[in-house]
Design a protein around this ligand. Sequence first.
Ligand SMILES: Nc1ncnc2c1ncn2[C@@H]1O[C@H](COP(=O)(O)OP(=O)(O)OP(=O)(O)O)[C@@H](O)[C@H]1O
Length: 512
Amino acid sequence: MAQEELKSIDLEDIFFHYRHSSQQYILKLSLTNLSIVTKQDENKNKSSSSVNNTQIIPIDDIYGCLCMKSMKNSNQCCLTFYLYILKRSHTLSGIVSKKYDFHRIQHTFMYGKYNDYETNYAEIMRWHRHVTYAIYLRRNLPFDIMTIKRDKRALVFVNPAGGAGKAYRLVMEHVAGIWSEAEFNYHIVITEYAGHAREYVKTIELNEWSGIILASGDGLIYEVINGLFNRKDWQEALTLPIGHLPCGSGNAFITNIIRHSKQPIETSMEKFLVQSAILIATHQVIPFDMAVIDTCDGQRIFSFLSIAWGIMADVDYESEKYRFLGETRFTVEAVKRILRPRIYNGYIDYLPYDVTDDTVQTNQITSNTTTNGLSEHLLPLNEPISIDPTTSKWRRIDGPFAHVLITSKAALSKGSISTPQSTLTDGYLTLQFIRIHGSIRLNLAKAFTKLSDGKHFNYDFVEWMPIRAFRIVPSETNGNMMIDGEKVPYGPIQGEVLPSIARCMGKQPRND
Ligand SMILES: Nc1ncnc2c1ncn2[C@@H]1O[C@H](COP(=O)(O)OP(=O)(O)OP(=O)(O)O)[C@@H](O)[C@H]1O
């Protein structure tokens, strides 16, 4: 693609309707919009002063553009634009509803200005290059990344065991078509066993791939991120953006990405998948926070989502047996746990997050930093943390607790906002907990019913605070401790935020 040619994106030409050649359009392309001006029939309108009808399509709404040879006239070509737009839906009776829905639309135009196919085709390919370039410029990627990465494929892992076990079929039915319309290149690997994707990413040649996409739930994302962190070149590995096609039961990762873009989240599974596929095909590279976690068996784990102890951990783990129910599995188990609440004894040490506190160092990662050297504030787990206020910034909260959750993102699943104020890159973890006092059943029931929109934070009995680091020390020796929905050995656990350390396939919010 000649860089010179693309310094100016503007194009204008006359096209006609793919069925009715008498209906003509002037198409104008600019950096921000495609304008479609419907040409009036000059004879018909000689007496009328009517203005040409113009439709303006923002480039942000176009996810692909393809050229084809006309089936009707061998000299002509057609140009199709693929759009994904938010618009008001119609009810069955044809009334315009107040609700906005996403719609996939395609506009096809014929082109035949010249008498020979080759010249028409060359001209239509020029349009294709310019439209593609305009789409890529909206992604805010530097030109060199754009041209290099475009030729690369994304590595897509499909988990045949994820969610209700339909991931491969869902990808073929709802994603493959969109990605060919968007000319998004990819290579699919179907995971053969738990741990396969983690092993796979440990040895991939990083510069062969444009990113890694997981058609799965959150479990496979956790696996792949930890596989990337286990590489010697982990810093470079983490620059590969991670995309998520929701095929699991939780799907928190893509939910948080779409929340960041401020798009409404599609409700049906299929439409949610389509929304994610289009976001991936036109993505920008967005950073996100993670946490480094030390578990009691000496493992160092990287978390993109949450550390749960208490009722949330029990609900997550014990609901595994209802996996066939999809996201409903969490609700079924939560009702059981609320009716028979457990008490979790122990304490939580935490380092508060205070941006004005310059005595606390923040992670300065250099090319020499190893993953063992990644934490600034964590001591070995068997060394006590000083909470003496005269010498230490660390503080302690004593249990017993009903609920303890530490998160780096807002949504724990598509249907629950555990931490409403959280963003992808706020640079802190949020600690929330419910102590055992008052009517614990009632408090838990109230908190769980408000979890869908994060309103549980409005209750006084839900305490929360932003933190940099934490250590949870349970008194009992048996129970559930979950990191990103995966069970880890039960016992003391500690962690620290890693601000903006990884990259995802996301979108910045639109300003219009
Ligand atoms: N072929 C496979 N057979 C069995 N397990 C697999 C296979 N491929 C991956 N896994 C494992 O399945 C687990 C769950 O995967 P995934 O996250 O995709 O689905 P999920 O658990 O339904 O979703 P969520 O994590 O959102 O609840 C992962 O830990 C992964 O290691």
